[in-house]
Design a protein around this ligand. Structure first.
Ligand SMILES: Cc1cc2nc3c(=O)[nH]c(=O)nc-3n(C[C@H](O)[C@H](O)[C@H](O)COP(=O)(O)OP(=O)(O)OC[C@H]3O[C@@H](n4cnc5c(N)ncnc54)[C@H](O)[C@@H]3O)c2cc1C
Length: 380
């Protein structure tokens, strides 16, 4: 039997993150959108309240959340501020290859370091000539004695400039190309790690994206994660796990925009009656409400499939990410339309929600790439 009611433990987590997001994210969303600074004060509070590193097992200092619990948390963060939420979730993205491929000793060392410093990590896959086409990565890490020498160029790396370490993907054998892609933990302070610039961007401005050049960076052999040649599969398995989180952030963003527009519309009088008395407005709100529910359902289904080891988990996570982020783009745009002039103004957050929504259609694989994954999955 299908049962959509949450367990007491799940409700407790949902309420805890909702309370945090409404108390800390909502009142600060505009401030960080304007300053485009990393919200350290909020991340530190999230640490203090046990809201960081949710999916990291308890024995390494995390909270042992499964993907469904992580999705509940991410929806609430997304309803507060996607920009601040992604600062927290991108840390999980960076730690996921370690969760999937690191040795016991590495997990203790690296998770321990992040938890102790109350810091964040970054995930570095993308390069100027390798965006959607991950196999086009040109960074190299060549073994010399007991060290790999890393050279390369990465861009758009979320949390990059503020991170403790970066999970970097590079080839160990350029002759073998993408088949030799491997994952490394690179401390950001290592000599040769150079920050070229931080991205100026449209939305999710609380989070920073850094362009790095790696010049003869010495990476200890013990920082190779999952063995040589395991990088491509680790990167793909990471997205299979984390895309549901992007979907959940999108559901939260769409929900918040819909609720803001609905409450505003009920009180807006034109032609002597609330604008909601016009079907032109109430039908928009009806579509928005339905789309938020549908996006949440596919997100929960994807999370459930992952947690239950279903074969369809990769397909569903691509569907959830694609559908929920497309819904968020539409619902936030419609929220601005319902609120018209006031929606477009910075007096309300819906214009920011609309800008924030756009990025969820782009990162962790564009929605065209998700359609490629889905197409392959259904036509196999
Ligand atoms: C704010 C931000 C944060 C990011 N954070 C990170 C991060 O933390 N770590 C990281 O490694 N990367 C990160 N990225 C990179 C992000 O994942 C890439 O931008 C994304 O994968 C797309 O790559 P691209 O921008 O190079 O676009 P391209 O790959 O150049 O794509 C351009 C267009 O072509 C389309 N396209 C490409 N190939 C195909 C195809 N085969 N079929 C159909 N359409 C196609 C794309 O969908 C897109 O519309 C971030 C990006 C941004 C903007």
């Amino acid at each position: 039997m299908v049962d959509f009611s949450l367990e007491p433990k799940q409700i407790e987590l949902q309420e805890k993150v909702r309370d945090f997001a409404q108390r800390e994210l909502v009142p600060n969303a505009r401030k960080y959108d304007e300053s485009a600074e990393f919200p350290w004060d909020i991340v530190k509070k999230a640490y203090a309240e046990g809201l960081m590193n949710g999916p990291i097992p308890v024995e390494y200092g995390g909270h042992g959340h499964n993907i469904f619990e992580s999705a509940l948390a991410s929806e609430e963060l997304g309803a507060g501020c996607v920009g601040i939420g992604i600062c927290m979730d991108a840390n999980t993205l960076a730690l996921t290859p370690l969760l999937l491929g690191a040795s016991e000793e590495q997990k203790k060392r690296f998770f321990g370091q992040i938890v102790e410093s109350q810091g964040v990590a970054a995930y570095a896959l993308t390069e100027p000539n390798a965006g959607s086409d991950v196999a086009g990565i040109r960074s190299t890490a060549i073994l010399h004695g007991d060290k790999y020498i890393l050279n390369g160029h990465k861009r758009f790396i979320t949390n990059g400039a503020v991170s403790e370490f970066i999970t970097v993907f590079a080839m160990v054998d350029p002759q073998k190309g993408a088949r030799s892609l491997s994952a490394f933990v690179v401390p950001t302070k290592s000599p040769g790690v150079k920050i070229v610039s931080n991205l100026k961007k449209m939305g999710q401005r609380a989070s920073v994206q850094t362009e790095f050049i790696f010049e003869d960076v010495e990476v200890p052999k013990e920082n190779l994660v999952g063995g040589e040649g395991q990088g491509f599969i680790l990167a793909m398995k990471t997205f299979e796990r984390t895309r549901t989180g992007v979907a959940a952030l999108s559901v939260g963003n769409a929900r918040a925009a819909y609720e803001t527009a609905k409450e505003w519309a009920k009180n807006r009088i034109q032609f002597g009656k609330p604008i909601t008395a016009n079907q032109g407005v109430s039908f928009m709100l009806a579509d928005m409400a339905t789309e938020v529910e549908a996006a949440r359902l596919v997100t929960w289904y994807s999370a459930w499939a992952y947690d239950h080891g279903q074969k369809s988990k990769n397909l569903l996570s691509a569907m959830a990410k694609m559908y929920a982020s497309d819904v968020a783009m539409k619902v936030t745009t419609d929220a601005v339309q319902v609120m018209a002039g006031e929606g477009y103004s910075t007096d309300y957050l819906v214009e920011k929600m609309m800008r924030d929504a756009k990025l969820c259609q782009i990162y962790e694989g564009t929605n065209q790439v998700q359609r490629l994954v889905i197409g392959k999955g259904i036509l196999r």
